[in-house]
Design a protein around this ligand. Structure first.
Ligand code: LMR
Length: 330
């Protein structure tokens, strides 16, 4: 009898209970630490989904490049091996040239300006700019303005000359450093700390939260507070997957995303300022504040990048982005 009982048990275990559908599984992979704007956003999304859609949707969060890293996460999304990502806007170059507007140096005065652009029609349109590649943009999430770190003090653009900087995979960022006589290496985020530590590159650019959470400050004795560009994210899903979710559940998920987006974007600037203070307290790096003339010199040096990429990105998009600044410049 024993083999028969085992066989019946196996059949029962393999038979789905009628009416009890398996939950939809959303794997959310990202490359940063959990205690960062994106890391916290992913966890909040998981919590709210599991509170409001119990048994219907389950969320698995994989932080710190533990499931996929920069090199393969978008490919994994396209294969539906992962269902949510929030890569930085610099990482979509292959799929949307227009999104490179976010990498232009000194385009946005501050994060508030970035926020305004993302909410206006051109910014909203860009969420749909990768539909042909089966990528749907669901929201913009802030991290913050980028700072320049290096092994030597940098007050003026000429101080960066001859150094090698780690960059994200973006031609705009490559050109930005070329303008100041520096060279660049495209390195996945998960490998930046060791590249800085070993001296493969001497500098990098990142918001305070990434510098602190990756301990980059421990190997970068100087950080110049340039606020020269933005590092923000687009929360994206695989289009076919997203629109295969039953309407009612998808609507609930979209409501949750709105709530999480509000919270991530509300808290990001403060989180960056907290990490700036932590870096100061750690005493490993000198934070160099630029006077207006020095900052203007960086702006002037990097400004030719706009012209260079105008036809690639679109003049209308650059103009719309410029228009969100409160201070008027040419
Ligand atoms: C970087 O590669 O520096 C950032 O895009 C990492 C991140 O996701 O914040």
């Amino acid at each position: 009898m024993k083999p028969l009982i085992t066989f019946v048990g196996l059949i029962l275990a393999l038979t789905a209970v009628p009416g009890q559908a398996e939950p939809i599984v959303i794997k959310f992979s990202h490359v940063v630490a959990e205690d960062t704007p994106k890391g916290k956003g992913a966890l909040l999304f998981k919590r709210l989904v599991e509170e409001r859609l119990p048994g219907q949707v389950s969320v698995e969060v994989y932080p710190g490049s533990t499931l996929y890293g920069d090199a393969n996460e978008l490919e994994a999304l396209s294969n539906n091996d992962v269902q949510l990502l929030a890569p930085s806007l610099a990482k979509f170059e292959r799929y949307s040239k227009q999104l490179q507007v976010f990498d232009l140096p000194f385009l946005f005065d501050d994060l508030e300006a970035v926020n305004r652009f993302q909410k206006r029609s051109k910014g909203r349109q860009l969420l749909r700019s990768m539909e042909k590649a089966n990528i749907t943009g669901l929201a913009y999430w802030h991290n913050g303005m980028k700072q320049l770190s290096a092994t030597k003090p940098m007050y003026l653009p000429s101080d960066a000359s001859g150094l090698s900087f780690r960059i994200q995979p973006s031609a705009v960022l490559e050109s930005q450093f070329t303008q100041v006589g520096a060279s660049t290496r495209k390195i996945a985020f998960g490998e930046v700390f060791s590249a800085l530590q070993s001296g493969t590159v001497q500098g990098a650019e990142n918001p305070w939260s990434n510098i602190y959470s990756q301990k980059m400050h421990s190997v970068q004795p100087y950080i110049t507070e340039t606020n020269h560009g933005v590092l923000d994210y687009m929360l994206v899903s695989n289009t076919r997957f997203w629109f295969s979710i039953p309407h009612q559940i998808r609507t609930e998920l979209e409501g949750i995303i709105d709530e999480v987006t509000y919270e991530v974007n509300r808290a990001a600037e403060e989180a960056n300022q907290t990490d700036r203070a932590r870096i100061l307290k750690a005493g490993t790096s000198e934070i160099i504040e630029l006077n207006p003339e020095q900052r203007e010199a960086w702006r002037e040096a990097m400004r030719p990048v706009w012209q260079q990429f105008e036809s690639v990105i679109g003049e209308d998009i650059i103009k719309a982005a410029q228009a969100v600044n409160r201070k008027q410049r040419n």
